[in-house]
Write a protein that binds this ligand. Structure first.
Ligand SMILES: Nc1ncnc2c1ncn2[C@@H]1O[C@H](COP(=O)(O)OP(=O)(O)O)[C@@H](O)[C@H]1O
Ligand SMILES: [Mg+2]
Length: 186
């Protein structure tokens, strides 16, 4: 069934319902992000994970291409209900380009609120037709963050509870450390 009012865009409307875009740095994707994706898929037929990157000055550990490859590997079980893409510039411009009606963001305990609130209001000002919805990850992921995962992994700490295997492998390769199973004893 065609989605009424949706013109042909890069995301094919195989399943009826609004396309949701889940934007983020995903540097790297964590189990907290993955939990949000799974919850989003329970509400929206299709979720586009959009990796934000700055072509001029990107302080990310992983390149946009590495982040995309990691996300694809971590979400392979969801097939074409998931699309992984990159964007730079304004999120609302990107969302309009792919004809996404909804932006999905995740919230942890209290730490995310202020920033997310500001950004949502700005996006609403720029693009009133695009709605932002917030999902909360499971309580076990309230303290999971890409930043902490990188810090812990850098010093050889065990990040297995926080990231999928695809990320653990790439972290170890990138940082030259063992981050969990197979860690060498000294
Ligand atoms: N553990 C988590 N639980 C719930 N939401 C999360 C978690 N980690 C990140 N998020 C949410 O995922 C989104 C993307 O996060 P992130 O990759 O840090 O990109 P950004 O640079 O846009 O903050 C944000 O809305 C963030 O609040
Ligand atoms: Mg963040």
């Amino acid at each position: 069934m065609a989605v009424s009012g949706r013109k042909k865009g890069p995301v094919s409307p195989a399943v009826a319902g609004p396309v949701a875009v889940y934007p983020g740095s995903f540097d790297p994707i964590t189990n907290g992000h993955l939990d949000i994706v799974k919850r989003a898929l329970a509400v929206f037929p299709r979720v586009v994970l959009a990796v934000a990157f700055n072509p001029n000055k990107d302080s990310a550990l992983f390149t946009a291409e590495e982040r995309v490859a990691t996300i694809r590997e971590a979400l392979v079980e969801f097939g074409d209900r998931i699309e992984v893409d990159t964007f730079s510039g304004l999120l609302v411009d990107y969302a309009r380009r792919i004809e996404a009606a909804v932006v999905v963001r995740g919230l942890r305990a209290v730490s995310d609120f202020e920033y997310e609130f500001q950004m949502t209001m700005m996006n609403r000002h720029l693009a009133p037709a695009i709605e932002t919805v917030f999902l909360m990850a499971g309580a076990q992921y309230f303290y999971t963050s890409s930043r902490l995962v990188k810090e812990v992994a850098l010093f050889g700490g065990d990040v297995r509870a926080h990231v999928p295997p695809a990320v653990r492998r790439r972290l170890a390769a990138k940082l030259g450390t063992q981050t969990g199973r197979g860690r060498k004893r000294r």
